[in-house]
Design a protein around this ligand. Structure first.
Ligand SMILES: Nc1ncnc2c1ncn2[C@@H]1O[C@H](COP(=O)(O)OP(=O)(O)OP(=O)(O)O)[C@@H](O)[C@H]1O
Length: 247
């Protein structure tokens, strides 16, 4: 469903992405682990189209999308859930979801008030609200909801564009461990038709949701495989010493 071939990216003399080749099947939940500075966010930027690679290719459903800008990748079903500045604080949870759904349904921002009433938009809002457990919060203003609900809404806004592949950069960052677990259960319950690629800093949390794990270190894939194998890997234990000993 999503593939990279030998992606490389440097900033000046520093090579931050080194020959990264990944292949995600449809419906796969892959977690990307790696220490600070390993190149996880850079890889996401290359996948989403915010950065162009120096060499290599990104393929979505078999088609080369390396040259496509962010919006065109999104229209093809590759979406990213952002941590910051993507929500309209003065609007309700429902309106935020509705706006994303309306844009997806081809409604201009200009008429968005009317767009929200359209049946296809209402249907998406209801479906997504259910998926990310936002039904009790639909009428709350975003500025008034808890941090955890905001994080759920960020994922909801991305889902309202009906992606086939969703990239999430540390969706649980800043929430406590218990809430993070709940959040991962929510992710695990998302429809299996959706392919998920998640950056997660915490190794234990990664095991909650991952079908497969990729570990980056100094921009390079140093592990790619099943979570059970990751648990037994000495290399990972060394890289993740801090997180393992904290666990
Ligand atoms: N635009 C940029 N210009 C120069 N250097 C950059 C740029 N973006 C990232 N870097 C550097 O590239 C390296 C990888 O950064 P990246 O953010 O991809 O790592 P990461 O694995 O996501 O780290 P973290 O877990 O801390 O977010 C870091 O050394 C970072 O300082």
């Amino acid at each position: 469903m999503l593939e990279t071939r030998d992606l490389t990216k440097s900033f000046g003399a520093m090579q931050v992405t080194r020959g990264v080749s990944l292949r995600l099947e449809r419906g796969e939940r892959r977690v990307i682990l790696g220490p600070n500075g390993a190149g996880k966010t850079t890889l996401f930027n290359l996948l989403a189209g915010e950065l162009a690679p120096d060499s290599g290719a990104v393929l979505l459903a078999g088609e080369d999308i390396t040259a496509l800008p962010v919006a065109r990748r999104a229209r093809r079903g590759l979406s990213r859930s952002y941590q910051k500045n993507t929500l309209f604080d003065g609007l309700s949870v429902e309106e935020n979801l509705g706006l994303a759904a309306a844009v997806h349904c081809g409604q201009g921002m200009r008429l968005w008030g009317d767009s929200l009433a359209r049946p296809e938009v209402r249907e998406i809002v209801a479906e997504v609200a259910e998926m990310v457990q936002l039904v009790p919060h639909l009428h709350a203003r975003v500025s008034e909801v808890s941090y955890g609900v905001r994080r759920q809404l960020e994922v909801g806004v991305a889902l309202a564009t009906r992606p086939s592949v969703l990239l999430m950069d540390e969706p649980t960052s800043g929430v406590g461990p218990e809430m993070a677990r709940g959040f991962h259960r929510l992710l695990a319950d998302l429809p299996r038709s959706l392919t998920l690629l998640i950056i997660e800093h915490d190794m234990d949390l990664a095991f909650d949701v991952a079908d497969t794990i990729t570990v980056l270190n100094y921009g390079e894939v140093v592990f790619d495989g099943l979570p059970e194998a990751a648990r037994g890997s000495r290399l990972l234990q060394e890289i993740y010493m801090g997180d393992w000993s904290d666990a």
